[in-house]
Write a protein that binds this ligand. Structure first.
Ligand code: 7RM
Length: 647
């Protein structure tokens, strides 16, 4: 049985103001319907019109070549270069426009125009070329959130080298695994990264990762934190020294549409991380269009996506999408609470941010820290807010709208994945009536539906498996070195249909509600419940900041619900609270969803990108040793504490 029961009842709806609607790129329901219908029925016509906006070096011959599932080819015969799309095309009219407003964690700042960024990217590409990097080679990038990170990504793209960005918070071992898997020959890094006033010694991690890996011929190191670093003559090169003598002339390498632009590793629930492959043409077209329409980007916007470039969100909505649109962006190096909990709002006010894109995990942290850290910062420049990464519970959505958005900014809750390359389900801010907790409707070209295991379409409001039934330009092109796993993971559940691994339902207005990862669904007495819905009920209680629910084996009911709950400020860890929460869930959802056990905890285990690791909590709830890969956990201490509670 693949149905997931729908227990969350949310009926609030927020249409965009006429003021927002009138100025938006997509500004009426009729326009959305017309464009959406064309994108599905005549994808060649729709995507040709979009792709024409990019500066092709060689025009494409075909828009979409039919092929078996997962093998579609986009913009065949065309050639372009992603760094030229992001930089060169803006030079003539917008060279002096600011590309990056960068803020360092210690409070230093830099601003770079498109012309300056272009010049540095050309020089860096020449440095890499002189070190022997060429088209098709893989380069690992392991850096803090500094402008050189964007330069590194774009310099690889300029040469046609495949970049593999590894998040700077990962360990030497995680870096080594990814270098090995992608057979990278060069690494771009920094001496260190600032994190809450401390130095994370990145170069030291690189040195450890490269022990016994002589294939890596070059390590290019940016000086950022000025900590001492070890040096291997011949291999190690200082970024600033190499850049000094480098030429500013570097023609972009013409790349075929289907040439690989980058690899990005994503960890599945089991097994080793998958090197997701993205193409040049289709990916750029998707990133360009989604950034433009979802964030309604205009010439005078200041866009801030708070993700790290180490995640797909940073690839598509810091580097490629916004830059393809010539946007001005804020880039911030540090933590949201360094040196104080109001740092993000201080930055929004300082740079007059107009479009702000962050994750539910951050929003819940802001709620927990308290409104006093928001108050006193002028957020009147904000006109649009976004959310990504996890289901956003209605409580956090409403707080975001009220406290950050001043009840005036539309919220775009965007559902997508590393694999999809770009946003797939989302409101269009000038058109869609948003609902707290729903990512609303499919973006252009996205044919989404809710199916059961056998591929049957499920009726309105029935929870089932999310499916994407047609190819889209920014879809993944494979898993690096593992064609079989690619087929098996994404294309084998139903013929010709992409399986993202999430549960969802569609309501009577055609709005999608993501119910969480299918692996996380809980089965209580034959009722399949979504983690998302029980968590949302818990978070709606005034004493709760964050919650994660999992199933624990139970002789009677199959599974019993265990809820891990982070209580709010000043709330005691009492038995009364636990009982109140159990009753609260029973009242909100029904007795069947009443947690059998509530565990209060200061923090939940999360991935480094902020997603709650329910699979780990499942083992803790069941009291078994975990066999899961825990290398990607954000804070190992959380695990120790949770396990300590156990005894
Ligand atoms: C962009 C990103 C993908 C998984 C995905 C979902 C979850 C992401 C939302 C969401 C509900 C959202 N890529 N997810 N966005 N769930 N609403 N708006 O996060 O590859 O790291 O993760 O994240 O489960 O499958 S990712």
């Amino acid at each position: 049985m693949s149905q997931i029961e729908n227990v969350l009842h949310e009926s609030r709806s927020f249409p965009p103001s006429s003021e927002f609607r009138e100025q938006a790129h997509v500004s009426s329901e009729e326009q959305y319907q017309r464009m959406y219908a064309e994108s599905i029925e005549e994808p060649e016509v729709f995507w040709d019109r979009v792709a024409k906006n990019l500066p092709w070096i060689e025009p494409y011959q075909t828009v979409l070549e039919p092929a078996e599932a997962g093998r579609a080819r986009w913009f065949g015969g065309g050639q372009l270069n992603a760094s030229a799309v992001c930089l060169d095309q803006h030079l003539e009219h917008n060279g002096d426009k600011v590309a990056l407003l960068w803020e360092g964690e210690p409070g230093d700042s830099r601003s770079l125009t498109y012309a300056e960024l272009h010049r540095d990217v050309c020089r860096l590409a020449n440095v890499l070329r002189e070190r022997g990097v060429s088209k098709g080679d893989r380069v690992a990038i392991y850096m803090p959130m500094i402008p050189e990170l964007a330069m590194a990504v774009l310099a690889c793209a300029r040469l046609g080298a495949i970049h593999s960005v590894v998040f700077g918070g990962f360990s030497a071992q995680a870096l080594a695994d990814r270098i090995d898997d992608g057979q990278c020959q060069a690494v771009i890094t920094a001496d260190g990264a600032w994190r809450r006033g401390k130095v994370l010694p990145l170069k030291r991690e690189v040195d450890l990762a490269l022990e016994g890996r002589p294939e890596v011929h070059t390590v290019l190191t940016v000086r950022r934190t000025e900590n001492e670093v070890a040096w291997q003559e011949g291999r190690d090169v200082w970024f600033h020294e190499a850049m000094e003598g480098a030429s500013e002339e570097c023609a972009p390498e013409p790349m075929d549409s289907e040439d690989i632009l980058f690899l990005l590793y994503t960890s599945g629930s089991t097994g080793k991380p998958k090197g997701i492959m993205h193409s040049t043409g289709g990916y750029m077209v998707g990133a360009y269009l989604s950034a433009r329409y979802v964030f309604d980007l205009k010439d005078d916007d200041v866009f801030w996506c708070t993700a790290d470039v180490g995640w797909i969100t940073g690839h598509s909505y810091i580097v490629y999408g916004p830059m393809a649109n010539g946007a001005t962006q804020v880039m911030y190096e540090g933590a949201p609470n360094a040196p104080h909990e109001g740092r993000f709002w201080e930055i929004c006010a300082k740079y007059k941010v107009s479009v702000f894109y962050t994750a539910p995990t951050a929003i819940r942290a802001f709620m927990k820290w308290g409104d006093e850290h928001v108050e006193g910062h002028d957020l009147s420049s904000l006109r649009l807010l976004g959310s990504v990464g996890e289901p956003i519970n209605p409580e956090a959505w409403m707080w975001y709208r009220r406290t950050i958005g001043g009840e005036r900014c539309p919220i775009v809750d965007t559902w997508w994945q590393t694999e999809t390359g770009g946003i797939m389900l989302t409101p269009l801010p000038g058109v869609t009536a948003t609902k707290p907790g729903s990512c609303t409707r499919p973006f252009f070209g996205v044919d989404a539906a809710i199916l059961d295991e056998d591929g049957n379409r499920l009726p309105t409001n029935a929870g089932g498996l999310l499916a994407i039934r047609k190819p889209w330009p920014s879809m993944l092109r494979g898993i690096w070195g593992d064609a079989e796993r690619f087929e098996e993971t994404y294309w084998s559940k139903w013929p010709g249909v992409y399986f993202p691994g999430d549960g969802a339902r569609v309501d009577e207005d055609g709005c999608f509600w993501i119910l969480g990862r299918v692996d996380d669904v809980i089965n209580v007495s034959g009722h399949r419940l979504s983690t998302m819905e029980v968590e949302s009920a818990l978070v709606a209680h005034e004493s709760v900041v964050e919650a994660a629910v999992v199933g624990r084996p139970d002789d009677l009911t199959g599974q019993a619900i265990v809820a891990f709950v982070t209580p709010g400020k000043g709330v005691g860890t009492s038995e009364e609270l636990k009982q109140a929460l159990q009753e609260h869930v029973a009242a909100e959802i029904g007795k069947l969803a009443r947690p059998a056990e509530i565990r209060l905890t200061d923090a939940l285990p999360k991935t480094r990108s902020g997603k709650i690791m329910r699979r780990l909590l499942r083992d803790i709830a069941a009291g078994v040793e975990t066999v899961q890969d825990i290398s990607t956990i954000e804070d190992q201490d959380v695990l120790v504490k949770l396990r300590g509670d156990d005894q």
